[in-house]
Design a binder for this molecule. Sequence first.
Ligand code: NDP
Length: 481
Amino acid sequence: MKAIQNYINGELVAASSGGTIDNYDPSRGVVYSTIPDSAHEDIAKAVEAAEAAFEGWSNTPKEARGAIMIKIADIIESRLDAFALAESTDNGKPVKLAAEVDIPRAVSNLKFFATAIQHFAAESHYMEGIGFNYTLRKPIGVVGCISPWNLPLYLFTWKIAPALAAGNCVVAKPSEITPMTAYLLSEVCKEAGLPKGVLNIVHGLGPKVGDAITRHPKIKAISFTGGTATGQTIASIAAPMFKKLSLELGGKNPNIIFADCDFDKALSTTMRSSFANQGQICLCGSRIFIERPIYEKFKEAFVAKTAASKVSFPQDPEAKLGAVVSKSHMEKILSYIELAKEEGGTVLTGGERVMMDGEYKDGYYIRPTIIEGLTFDCRTNQEEIFGPVVTITPFDSEEEVLMMANSTQYGLAATVWTENLNKAHRMADKLDSGIVWINSWLVRDLRTPFGGMKNSGVGREGGFEALRFFTEPKNVFVKSN
Ligand code: NDP
């Protein structure tokens, strides 16, 4: 059984306590590796290593920093199949999805920020007859990155890449549920010649390792992606210490389908935006609002396509959905389906666990589920389920659908389907959402600001926003006469 290790000061090491935690393969429901059960003493060692490395790394020319990051990206790319298989085994997602989305995006994240930093400039402000200001943007020092299990290497690299490119040294924690590709990354970093201590990856439980990162006084900034409740806990500890915080949190995203949409495109993209990665993407559109004139037609076609979607083991090339990430997460999703029924909802398709055969018989599979007949303000329509479960609701006017779409505590992403340009812009303007996709979903340009409004987060990632987050601005005024 593979024993995953921490990556501290350039070495692969066990937790100081020697303790380990079981790591499950959710497609089989069995333990297949272990991770270090790290604690605050491991974070202390990682911070010490990062602090020692900072002088060297922050003074390394950005071209040389970028070159090492590109080397890391190239090695990952050359091992795409191994990384995709590891991601899929850890997470339960179809291997095809990991090979087409997760791993290529991790490679892009590293390459994007390795080169973005070469174009990153700070401002100067001229004052007529008085002098001028210039602003330095320098790396912060040691920063913390904490990421979730749904898109493991994709989101892990989305954080560490801008942090490293900007010249910081990093102490990072992947989710304890999906640690494998972060571990493979640490092996690649050694191979690519990343100087020791520049990146430290510490595995373990959120309330132990994540909490130790949050509390460490020498970690000056934290970039976190995860649930809103965890974000609240982190903010309550980090804010009084005046740490810089970027929080990318939960969502309950509306997918708004007007009667004048391109029906076939709306339908096929809605299949993806509902059930890709088993619905475990913070950007999935889990509340589908359909304009009444096409409600029945859309419902019929959507239910038929969903019922025909194959749920299967991750290596089945025909699998549209694989396993959900863990037993407890499966139970949470199933409990929400029960709640939806109690709240008066009708399950149109799905609604149950899928029992597989043979070696996959104990895996955590759920049939993609569509529910109708719920009010917009019931718990099922307000709380994040984070699984292959969507609700459908008819609407009669723009005002009504905007009121329902904006009714949750969240404001991460929204999708609008219409062929009417004015209506599309009007909706985009009025939706409480950090990201709006018109006639599309999950099209990402890495230069754009990424993040949510309301309880979906604080701050933005992506492009220069991320490089600004990971640098400290210092303004210098020079008197000219
Ligand atoms: P969690 O909030 O449970 O965990 C996220 C990370 O935080 C994990 O590494 C976790 O460790 C760690 N953690 C847990 N408790 C603490 C703590 N007290 N202090 C510090 N760190 C802690 O989220 P999930 O992993 O369950 O991910 C799903 C959530 O992430 C959903 O709400 C989803 O919407 C959100 N998300 C948001 C995105 C966005 O961009 N806005 C993108 C993707 C997901 P451990 O795994 O060991 O518990």
